[in-house]
Ligand binder design. Structure first.
Ligand SMILES: Cc1cc2nc3c(=O)[nH]c(=O)nc-3n(C[C@H](O)[C@H](O)[C@H](O)COP(=O)(O)OP(=O)(O)OC[C@H]3O[C@@H](n4cnc5c(N)ncnc54)[C@H](O)[C@@H]3O)c2cc1C
Length: 305
């Protein structure tokens, strides 16, 4: 099917893009187009105005500030993050997730920020960013505001952006300890959306977890933040008992439905298995070995078929 008729604008500055959105009417921002264009072709989205931000310079970065804050610009593609030299040492959970998003063609165009805005319950980046305590920076006619990713998504395919706001970057706060963690995804075939996805991000110091985040993809109406499971890790050493307890709590937080991809019971079991697997392989010992320049198992990045 062809999209319905729309006006197309490709501004060269953020100010111009925001002023186009501010004109009113149903407008959509076009970033990688990997979710929006299929929706338009199916006529599930019928914007009157498309504001293509790809001609706006300076939005394709991912970089670390002096204080360790990580910033991902609105035009940073999944592939940029997959090939990043920065992420493996700084953000193992992001490094693990990037190669698991879709397929190489989608990764070449699609963006992390676009994925957060799209708010698909099966989007992988939202869980990763929730586990990391990340935020979205939105810019509108009156300036910028920062919204935690956990509050940014209000439901399936819904976010808190005003019609004349653009998400300009995603931000991950600096880590205080040694970062470790990973992302595991159960998919029917390579490149598919998650049947179950689990993001785990921990920071450790002296063998103790100083911060933890666990979030789930595809096992509920939106990304699930497993706050109780993360709380069970904080202040603890990653012993088998502590890991098992967190895994049980994460599995309990999942709200899977039985469908053609598997039973609710099976999906819950996979959540538990993934939490145990990530934490067992990327515990503090591994992270601190890596920080000391010794070989460790590296970030957890594995598809599970
Ligand atoms: C075949 C296929 C397989 C896929 N598999 C996966 C997968 O396994 N895992 C996964 O996570 N995703 C998957 N995706 C989705 C993909 O990751 C998209 O890239 C992502 O969801 C949207 O990013 P985008 O940059 O393409 O956004 P677009 O398609 O350009 O936009 C998506 C929505 O977000 C809005 N938007 C985008 N950027 C901004 C912004 N800066 N400010 C305000 N609003 C904005 C748009 O208006 C639109 O409503 C898949 C897509 C396809 C086509």
């Amino acid at each position: 099917m062809y999209p319905s008729r729309f006006r197309y604008e490709a501004p060269r500055s953020l100010a111009e893009a925001i002023s186009l959105l501010h004109e009113g009417g149903e407008a959509k921002v076009l970033a990688g187009g990997q979710s929006l264009v299929p929706l338009m072709k199916l006529r599930f989205a019928t914007p009157e105005l498309l504001v293509d931000i790809n001609n706006i310079g300076g939005l394709d970065y991912h970089r670390e500030d002096a204080d360790g804050t990580l910033r991902v610009g609105a035009l940073c593609r999944h592939a940029d993050l997959e090939r990043s030299a920065l992420l493996p040492g700084k953000q193992p959970t992001m490094a693990a997730a990037a190669p698991l998003i879709a397929d190489p063609i989608v990764r070449n165009r699609g963006t992390l920020v676009g994925s957060l805005c799209h708010a698909d319950p099966q989007g992988d980046w939202a869980s990763v960013m929730v586990a990391l305590g990340g935020s979205v920076v939105a810019q509108g006619p009156t300036g910028r505001r920062t919204i935690p990713v956990a509050d940014f998504v209000t439901g399936p395919f819904e976010n808190v952006l005003a019609p004349d706001e653009i998400a300009v970057e995603a931000v991950v706060p600096p880590h205080r300890g040694t970062p470790a963690g990973g992302y595991l995804k159960l998919e029917r075939r390579v490149g598919d959306f998650a049947t179950v996805g689990v993001a785990v991000a921990v920071e450790t110091s002296g063998g103790t977890v100083t911060r933890a985040g666990i979030a789930l993809t595809g096992v509920g109406g939106s990304t699930i933040a497993c706050t109780e499971a993360a709380g069970a890790l904080t202040g603890q050493a990653l012993t088998p008992q502590v890991i098992e307890q967190a895994a049980d709590l994460a599995a309990g937080a999942a709200k899977p439905r039985t469908d053609h991809r598997g039973s609710a019971e099976y999906k819950r079991h996979m959540v538990r298995t993934f939490v145990v697997r990530i934490l067992s392989r990327t515990g503090p010992a591994a992270g601190e070995q890596a920080a000391a320049g010794q070989p460790g198992p590296g970030p957890e990045a594995e598809r599970a078929a």
